[in-house]
Design a protein around this ligand. Structure first.
Ligand SMILES: NC(=O)c1ccc[n+]([C@@H]2O[C@H](COP(=O)([O-])OP(=O)(O)OC[C@H]3O[C@@H](n4cnc5c(N)ncnc54)[C@H](OP(=O)(O)O)[C@@H]3O)[C@@H](O)[C@H]2O)c1
Length: 327
């Protein structure tokens, strides 16, 4: 790892979330000694005055920005105002206060939904702002694009004078320990794990899944994502700049291959041990037909995913069972 100072003060925003908690685990495991966090109840990132106070008091050296309002298709489609407002406000507050208090390095987590609905596959970083977004999560995507452009704009305006280096990483769909299993607000993998598990326990003969099962998606295990974040944060500026441009500074982080929802459902049902029928409700929205990212830039820079989907799903289901025991 290049130019790494293990004693720098690192603020992980969103440390209680799936990615934030993986980041804290991995930073500690790698020997970073000065990690700070704040529970949402103590620091609401929507509250500008509170964010100002926090940054002025703590003066972190680096920020991993993994806080966001996150949800699946249903929540994104039903609550667009909340997704747009909250994500824009958190980004404006955290990125601007980072700049004001002299944070030199910040890593913003975006999402693959920033790309146009019909982007060429696999999706390269250059596809950003080249076409219409998927309507079901347009509000969230617009906020994430604003986050990338905030980082870029601070770099462009203040990079040289203030030596700041604010980077953005675009994860594909993530899954793993700490995921959200809320029946109305979860992503596809936790939703499938929960539905199949509950169907197994209640001996249900069938499980109905939203959509046709044909859309293809890419999935990355959260520990691989945390590894990608720490890798990118510590990548030397010289190597980083070989892969980005001043107005296209984000890098994709994906697993590298995709799978249909129907194949995924079969894999999850097998891991959970559910043997009933799986029915697809084609009346419900499918979302983007195919989404796999081109992560070759991050690969060339030196990061690769390590956990294959089957192993990752096994680890995730084990963690889900443990969380049921704790509840
Ligand atoms: N999960 C995915 O598949 C996926 C895919 C692509 C990109 N991403 C991106 O990765 C990042 C992390 O996602 P995640 O899956 O880890 O999400 P998550 O589990 O929902 O975690 C979000 C975190 O943000 C915190 N948060 C939300 N609103 C806040 C507020 N107003 N003030 C303070 N903290 C607040 C949450 O705290 P509380 O829970 O206490 O509210 C939680 O710690 C996000 O930027 C997301 O867009 C995720």
């Amino acid at each position: 790892m290049m130019s790494t100072n293990f004693n720098e003060k690192i603020y992980v925003a969103g440390h209680s979330g799936m990615v934030g908690s993986a980041l804290v685990r991995l930073l500690k495991a790698k020997g970073f000694t000065n990690i700070i966090t704040r529970p949402h109840a103590q620091l609401d990132l929507l509250n500008q005055a509170a964010v100002v106070k926090f940054f002025e008091a703590e003066m972190p050296d680096q920020v991993y920005f993994a806080a966001a309002k996150v949800g699946g298709i249903y929540a994104n489609n039903a609550y667009p105002a909340e997704f747009l407002y909250q994500n824009l406000m958190m980004e404006a507050n955290v990125i601007h206060q980072s700049f004001r208090t002299n944070v030199k390095k910040l890593l913003f987590l975006g999402s693959s939904c920033i790309y146009p609905r019909l982007a060429m596959q696999p999706i390269t970083e250059a596809a950003l702002l080249t076409g219409k977004l998927e309507s079901t999560n347009e509000a969230y995507a617009i906020a994430k694009i604003a986050g990338i452009k905030l980082c870029e704009s601070y770099n462009r305006q203040y990079g040289d004078t203030h030596q700041i280096d604010y980077r953005s990483i675009m994860p594909t769909n993530l899954y793993g320990p700490g995921d959200n299993y809320d029946p109305q607000n979860s992503h596809v993998i936790p939703a499938l794990i929960r539905r199949f598990h509950e169907a197994k326990i209640s001996n249900s003969s069938k499980v109905t899944i939203w959509g046709t099962g044909t859309p293809k998606r890419e999935f990355l295990y959260v520990d691989d994502m945390a590894e990608a974040c720490i890798f990118l944060m510590n990548l030397s500026k010289k190597i980083y700049e070989r892969h980005v441009e001043p107005m296209q500074s984000h890098l994709n982080a994906g697993y590298g291959s995709d799978i249909s929802i129907a194949e995924l459902a079969a894999m999850v049902a097998n891991i959970v041990g559910y043997h009933g029928e799986v029915i697809y409700d084609g009346e419900m929205p499918d979302g983007t037909p195919r989404k796999v990212m081109d992560s070759s830039k991050l690969h060339q820079a030196g990061w690769m995913a390590k956990v294959d989907l089957h192993s990752g799903l096994n680890l995730t289901y084990r963690n889900y069972l443990l969380s049921l025991c704790d509840a």
